[in-house]
Design a protein around this ligand. Structure first.
Ligand code: SF4
Length: 427
């Protein structure tokens, strides 16, 4: 490869160094370990039968929803106590016994605990925050349906979740009534979809669609699948993480009838990947559902490259493809979870090239107000010159890449025609 100094490139090269040897800046990756955790049942549930513990309905019925219950299993800090008191009338508190069993009862910075237990910071509002940060309500033609992109819609079929994440973007909706879409609203949704034949993809979300009973979920999937222009169904869920007992053989058998069906699972931290979660994801993967993960970037929880690296590598091991890292949205009461955008870009910098390409998700900012997802990544294009570009790789080394030459050539028309067509082709 020629030295870049011979070219028309504006990139400043030093001495006679070849571009392939030049290192802009060395990229190092922190080498820290994330300890695995196991479910440790707090004394409160020591006597619970295995059969009950593994029953998702039992888990849902026994969710922790009050300060008194939480005090029985966790040594709460004053900030958490105040946060729980103020969560009434805001985003509800609810934690499954299973998810609570992953919490460190002593350390308030435990990533599982920080996601699920409110803190007083939730009542501190920032001027940038919004009730509906993604502008979903203004893109909702009928209740429960969000139509923001031309060929796909978001269908909110319940406002219930197994655990309420303290950073939830839809905190204006979830947990308020814990009920699913009414039949009347669903009929309206179907009517709308029948009249909008460009829609080919329906993402079921909420709340968490997998909290519906199989029969109700099947009715919804079946009626959507019956619309000839709906090619793809997707489910967005956090249940495999917070209530993995819900992933039963019966659920998988039912869902399999509605392929192609993709499942996006909301993972946040490598400590969420327990034996129980591995089993749940294995059932889903064996059912043939392409599994992707979506992760919200959260300050003090997963905003370190070594944590994200561990998460994405563990996800591949359980056959879940890391799909998105989301910049935290501007939902009210979530400022304390937000990182800078530079933090997200730096995480991608420390993943791309440093681990399997399949493990590198796309980092996106969901544009405030409803502009959709905007992907961001480190700038690998150093400069663009005439006929050549300079790129840098994951180690910070730079390389020249020659652009193709564009030539004109004349293509003869069929015999009898005098004119010739000019066409641009790539040499
Ligand atoms: S599971 Fe999703 S919808 Fe439910 S609280 Fe968490 S982020 Fe919000």
């Amino acid at each position: 490869m020629e030295p870049a100094s011979d070219s028309n490139l504006s990139f400043p090269l030093r001495g006679t160094e070849k571009v392939s040897q030049l290192v802009l800046f060395p990229i190092s990756v922190e080498q820290k370990k994330v300890e695995e955790i196991k479910e440790v049942r707090p004394p409160l549930w020591k006597e619970v039968l295995e059969r009950e513990w593994n029953d998702w309905r039992w888990q849902l019925r026994h969710r922790i929803t009050s300060l008194e219950q939480m005090k029985e299993i966790i040594e709460l800090t004053p900030e958490e106590i105040e946060g729980i008191k103020h969560s009434k009338g805001r985003l509800a508190l609810a934690v499954t016994p299973y998810f609570a069993s992953l919490m460190d009862p002593i350390n308030p910075n435990c990533p599982i605990r920080r996601q699920a237990i409110p803190r007083i910071e939730e009542i501190h509002l920032s001027k940038n925050e919004m009730v509906d940060p993604l502008g979903e309500d203004k893109h909702s033609p009928v209740p429960g349906l969000v139509h923001r992109y031309p060929d796909r819609v978001l269908l909110l079929i319940t406002d219930q979740c197994a655990v309420y994440c303290r950073y939830c973007t839809r905190r204006r909706l979830v947990g308020s009534h814990e009920r699913s879409i009414t039949q009347g609203n669903f009929e309206e949704v179907l009517k709308y979809l029948k009249n909008h034949r460009k829609v080919r993809d329906v993402l079921l979300s909420g709340g968490d669609p997998l909290l519906l009973e199989n029969e109700r979920l099947e009715e919804i999937l079946g009626r959507l699948r019956a619309l000839p222009h709906i090619e793809l169904l997707r489910i967005g869920t956090r249940v495999p993480v917070t209530l993995p007992q819900r992933i039963t053989g019966g659920l998988v058998r039912m869902l399999k009838k509605y392929h192609p069906l993709m499942i996006s699972i909301h993972f946040t931290h490598p400590k969420e990947i327990t034996e129980t979660v591995r089993r749940a994801c294995s059932e889903l993967a064996d059912g043939g559902f392409p599994l992707g993960s979506q992760t919200v970037l959260l300050k003090g929880i997963n905003d370190k490259p070594y944590i994200m690296k561990k998460l994405v590598q563990e996800l591949l091991k359980i056959r879940v493809r890391p799909y998105y890292i989301y910049q935290c949205d501007l939902a009210t009461g979530t400022e304390h979870f937000r990182t800078s955008v530079a933090t997200g870009i730096q995480i991608i910098e420390k993943l791309r090239g440093h681990t399997t390409g399949y493990a590198v998700p796309t980092y996106v900012v969901d544009a405030p107000g409803g502009g959709g997802k905007i992907p961001l990544q480190p700038d690998y294009l150093v400069t663009r010159g005439k006929g050549k570009i300079v790129l840098r790789n994951y180690e910070g080394k730079v390389f020249e890449y020659p652009e193709p030459n564009i030539i004109e050539f004349k293509k003869a028309r069929p015999v009898g025609e005098e004119k010739v067509a000019t066409k641009k082709v790539m040499a």
